[in-house]
Write a protein that binds this ligand. Structure first.
Ligand SMILES: C[S@@+](CC[C@H](N)C(=O)[O-])C[C@H]1O[C@@H](n2cnc3c(N)ncnc32)[C@H](O)[C@@H]1O
Length: 396
């Protein structure tokens, strides 16, 4: 079938082009597909920023999976011109100012209306940039978010999942800043391990970030104790037709890994965090990111120093102190083993109680660690600590 030529189509393409150039484009949806790909339902196109380039991201929505392709504006307009009236018979353009539905009849006539966008108050440029800045690390329409139940079929956040959505965004924000200090975004392939991956919101998010945003080939392995979750996550990866992500049943304590660039362990229980950090150090990971939980090993060993006894007589204080000492020693051990380490609030307490993050980045040059080792010894002596799991693993 030949491509169509009409003043209406030209106006549609011009409106789209102007909106993109003025940063006013919200989306274009191509639908009513009549081609060979029987499972293709529609393509949703939105502007994205990729490595400082403004592009259009084409989300091909098939019955059971989704595929994304990114194109510059000129190639996108050529695609619209070549496909409308040939394979797609409806298009819907939405900008901050305009709503432009277009359809092509069986006889090839183009029907189009250019009307003011009444449904959405036009966004002021400063609001638009604020929104982009707020969520610029994760895009709401990504297919894995829908598959994991974070968003609904229209790409809206499901209210009960808003905390998870915030956590995913914050996690990717922290990770992306850490990546900026490494050469990982330019590497041919990156290996990532996520220990205690659970339902794998973050595992899918990190995979998507590398593959879709950074366009780097990535091998992500989620390691999880519970077989049911492993099966569920492998099924999800298959449904989404994702390459380079897999889940393995296993205990982080016995897992053997090699050549990991990024080690993630978020909320892996108790000393599982120590095993994960140890594996990150041993495999020379450039980034180690963990958010510890259930600090059981150190507390029973801690003797409250006489001066602190009146403070630590309260169970809650003792728990907080044990947590601080456990994680403080982890951070010092990482420092002693060649990592610049930060400990900070990962996400505000209002969203989760498990809110502490230890972020470690491998130093380019080694340095003398004797002073840090002496500090570790002094702290252990002060609190009467006999054993810290990470230290034992590192000394073995
Ligand atoms: C609280 S969930 C966190 C899931 C995910 N990392 C997140 O932050 O959304 C902790 C997960 O770690 C798993 N886990 C705990 N200890 C583990 C171990 N030793 N080896 C592997 N997985 C472990 C649990 O089964 C659970 O699914």
């Amino acid at each position: 079938m030949p491509t169509i030529n009409s003043a209406e189509l030209d106006l549609f393409l011009q409106t789209c082009s102007d909106a993109f150039n003025n940063q006013q484009l919200q989306r274009v949806v191509l639908s009513k597909y009549k081609g060979d790909e029987t499972e293709l339902k529609r393509i949703t196109i939105r502007p994205i920023l990729l490595k400082d380039k403004r592009l259009l991201s084409f989300l091909y929505e098939y019955k059971t999976n989704h595929i994304t392709k990114n194109l510059p504006l000129t190639a996108s307009l050529e695609f619209f011109k070549a496909e409308l009236g040939v394979h797609f018979f409806n298009a819907h353009l939405l900008t901050n100012e305009w709503e432009v539905p277009l359809s092509v009849t069986k006889k090839g006539k183009v029907l189009m209306k250019k009307q003011k966008n009444k449904n959405q108050a036009p966004q002021k440029p400063e609001n638009a940039s604020h929104d982009r800045a707020k969520n610029r690390f994760v895009e709401q329409h990504r297919p894995y978010l829908r598959e994991l139940g974070v968003t609904d079929a229209q790409g809206n956040i499901i209210p009960a999942m808003s905390r998870k959505w915030k956590q995913i965004n914050k996690f990717i924000e922290v990770l992306s800043r850490a990546i900026d200090n490494t050469g990982l975004a330019k590497q041919n392939k990156v290996h990532i391990a996520d220990f205690g991956s659970g339902k794998a919101y973050l595992t899918f998010a990190v995979h998507d970030y590398f593959v879709d945003k950074l366009q780097v080939e990535t091998e992500v392995t989620g390691v999880e104790l519970r077989q049911k979750l492993v099966d569920l996550c492998n099924d999800t990866a298959q449904k989404l037709a994702l390459q380079g992500i897999k889940f393995e049943q296993g205990d982080v304590q016995h897992f053997k890994a090699q050549g990991i660039n990024i080690m993630i362990a978020l909320h892996a229980c108790d000393i599982a965090t120590d095993y994960a950090i140890h594996m990150g150090i041993r495999t020379g990971a450039e980034i180690i990111m963990c958010s510890p939980c259930c600090h059981k090993q150190i507390r029973p060993q801690m003797k409250s120093p006489a001066l602190l006894a009146p403070l630590l007589q309260h169970g809650i204080h003792m728990g907080q102190e044990a947590e601080m000492v456990t994680d403080g020693l982890r951070a010092l051990l990482l420092e002693a083993h060649g990592y610049d380490t930060q400990v900070f609030e990962f996400i505000s307490l209002e969203h989760t109680s498990k809110n502490k993050m230890i972020l470690a980045q491998k130093r380019k040059k080694s340095r003398d660690n004797s002073a840090i080792l002496a500090q570790i010894e002094a702290i252990k002596t002060f609190y009467g600590i006999q054993e810290h799991c990470l230290e034992t693993l590192l000394n073995a």
